[in-house]
Design a protein around this ligand. Structure first.
Ligand code: PMM
Length: 307
């Protein structure tokens, strides 16, 4: 499958001519990398608008932390957190995604203007989720997470992580299609860090071509995750805190964009927006071989930057 067809288009969403940037707004007191920072509606909406200003194409709003050990927030509280933020951002013309495992939250968020439902359980946590999304005709992100297959936030044990994640994602995609969600509205996501350790995440990222082979647009959400801390720490060192992993996140964004991902989900948008723009420019240069690169120009090392 070519990179372009792998990136694909998601029906019901704008079409971007490069890997899209999904900025994250966690309206939670306890998400692992930004918990508590945008916990009231006004600051959450303001933060979402700032992410768009920095280059986000869409904004993912969530009200429930999925960090290991987190207890589930109750439904009323999740609705209270999420719906006004979705409404506020949608009213400003932002393309909003809602990050939820609850059908009721998805339904009310869609009514408030959300354009996409992002369910980290891939529709497993709430049996009403798939019918709600199908009835609304909304696009749906199917993420891989064994936590909901096996009844808890289990640590994944894999003989072949790529083959098993592919099989399990395939089964979830079949279930959402059987439930009436249109094939051109399904996005897949390997669920980095969800019942996977750092090695699993790295192996999955080294095989994005195989994930694209599922035939659906691919979302990659590496932002600030544990595996980046592990890589940056080196064999003996301590991992840097989550907020010091943004340069590493942007590197993954460039690689994911180059591989043909449809979108990357990140907390810090500006570096990733630059990364995907550069990836797009390189892709464009490759598809126009007749264009001749400019010769060295005297005085070129000025405002445009040095070599
Ligand atoms: N990761 C988190 C939350 N939502 N959604 C998708 N589709 N994929 C992910 O990997 C994902 C997600 C956890 O990260 P956060 O709490 O830092 O936002």
């Amino acid at each position: 499958m070519s990179k372009q067809s792998g990136r694909g288009r998601v029906a019901g969403l704008p079409q971007w001519d490069r890997c899209a940037v999904m900025g994250v707004v966690n309206v939670t007191p306890d998400s692992f990398s930004d918990g508590g920072r945008w916990f009231d509606t006004t600051s959450a909406v303001k933060h979402g608008l700032a992410l768009v200003e920095e280059g986000a194409d869409l904004v993912d709003v969530g009200g429930e932390s999925t960090r290991p050990g987190a207890t589930r927030v109750d439904e009323d509280e999740e609705l209270r957190r999420v719906v006004p933020v979705v409404r506020g951002l949608a009213a400003e013309g932002v393309t909003v995604s809602v990050d939820t495992m609850r059908a009721s939250v998805a339904e009310q968020a869609l009514a408030a203007g959300a354009a996409l439902v992002n369910d980290v359980s891939g529709g497993l946590a709430d049996p009403a989720m798939i019918p709600v999304v199908a009835d609304a005709g909304a696009p749906f992100v199917v993420m891989h997470w064994r936590g909901f297959l096996e009844g808890g936030n289990v640590r994944g044990v894999y003989a072949d992580v790529v083959a098993e994640v592919l099989d399990e994602l395939h089964a979830r995609v079949d279930a959402v299609l059987a439930g009436g969600i249109a094939p051109d509205r399904v996005v897949v996501d390997p669920g980095l860090g969800f019942s996977k350790d750092a090695e699993h995440d790295l192996v999955l990222l080294s095989h994005l071509d195989r994930l694209l082979g599922l035939g659906h647009p691919l979302l990659v959400a590496a932002s600030r995750k544990r595996f980046l801390g592990r890589v940056l720490a080196g064999p003996q060192g301590a991992p840097p805190p989550a907020r010091e992993r943004d340069a590493a996140t942007a590197a993954v964004s460039a690689l994911a964009a180059h591989a043909g991902a449809w979108a990357v989900r990140v907390h810090e948008v500006s570096a990733t927006a630059d990364a995907v723009r550069v990836a797009r420019a390189i892709e464009g240069a490759r598809s126009t071989p007749e264009s001749t690169p400019g010769a060295d120009t005297p005085g070129a090392d000025t405002a445009e930057g040095t070599r």
